[in-house]
Design a protein around this ligand. Structure first.
Ligand code: PAF
Length: 274
């Protein structure tokens, strides 16, 4: 497994691989790898990638000033071991200075799908995500990239960016990986104590608790109560149409339930398709 810290060196390596007809997959991550990430690598392999490039970069530009950038878990050594075991062929581990020149001044802004849900609560978040993902796409030039459905809005925003900016990269969205309890795997679960982990399971029950044919407003009220009664603080409960992320009035098959809530000090998200 090759390890790169230089964008230029990785770009050169990827271009060489492409010239030799190799099919490249990119799996962008912020590290602290868990089974959810490993399933993205596995998906890349199942989709017949010859080279699987995993990027590990806690992207400062997608964190707000009062968010957890400084304390976001960083486990470089363990992450590299996991990538090796999962048979990634290259890992990109850049420093913030490698990714952002001190006078960096170009950003990518998606202006519709980013507005609601997490975008409304985390101003600038998707601008930071789109910017770093666009940079990774330009560095690696993958045939396809794999993202997790856990960040449903993020996957939709990236698909839109790829379409509108003609990246010509296939975006593959892999299903959410859950603990036995139902809790969606997330690097931020490392912030939770045992009691919080038990309470947080309500989010997976909530997203599974909506049926086609229901009025969305009533379903959202019910889920909100369910989450708050479990001792979490609901941030949002929304039921949206899968591609436009617009609110629906009556729930139909294929719509998506998205929830965000604070469990203690930790903000968690989950979602599920009806
Ligand atoms: O989903 C994540 O871990 C991040 O938002 C991503 C896509 C790696 C960009 O920093």
């Amino acid at each position: 497994m090759k390890i790169f810290t230089s964008a230029a060196k990785l770009q050169k390596w990827c271009r060489e691989k492409k010239r030799n007809g190799r099919r490249i997959a990119l799996v962008p991550t912020m590290g602290c790898l868990h089974e959810g990430h490993l399933s993205l690598i596995e998906t890349a392999r199942r989709k017949k990638a010859d080279e699987i490039v995993v990027s590990i970069f806690v992207n400062p530009v997608q964190f707000g000033p009062n968010e957890d950038y400084a304390k976001y878990p960083r486990e470089e050594k363990a992450d590299l071991a996991k990538c090796r075991k999962a048979r990634a062929t290259a890992v990109f581990l850049p420093s913030p200075a490698e990714m952002y020149a001190s006078d960096h001044s170009v950003y990518v802004n998606e202006e519709t799908l980013s507005k609601g849900l997490c975008g409304a609560r985390r101003p600038g978040h998707f601008r930071g995500v789109c910017t770093v993902v666009a940079k990774l796409f330009n560095i690696v030039g993958p045939d396809f990239a794999v993202f997790g459905q856990k960040d449903y809005q993020q996957a939709q925003v990236i698909k839109r960016m790829v379409r509108d900016l003609d990246f010509g990269i296939d975006i593959v969205v892999a299903p959410i990986v859950r603990e036995k309890s139902g809790l969606a795997k997330s690097s931020r679960n490392t912030y939770l104590d045992e009691g919080e982990k038990e309470r947080a399971v309500v989010l997976s029950r909530a997203v599974a608790g909506v049926k086609a044919g229901e009025k969305a407003a009533a379903a959202k009220r019910r889920l909100r109560k369910m989450i708050d009664d479990a001792g979490l603080e609901t941030d949002y409960v929304e039921i949206v149409s899968p591609d436009t992320l617009e609110d629906v009035k009556s729930v139909r098959k294929g719509d998506v339930v998205l929830v965000a809530a604070k469990c203690g000090k930790t903000r968690l998200i989950d979602n599920g398709k009806i």
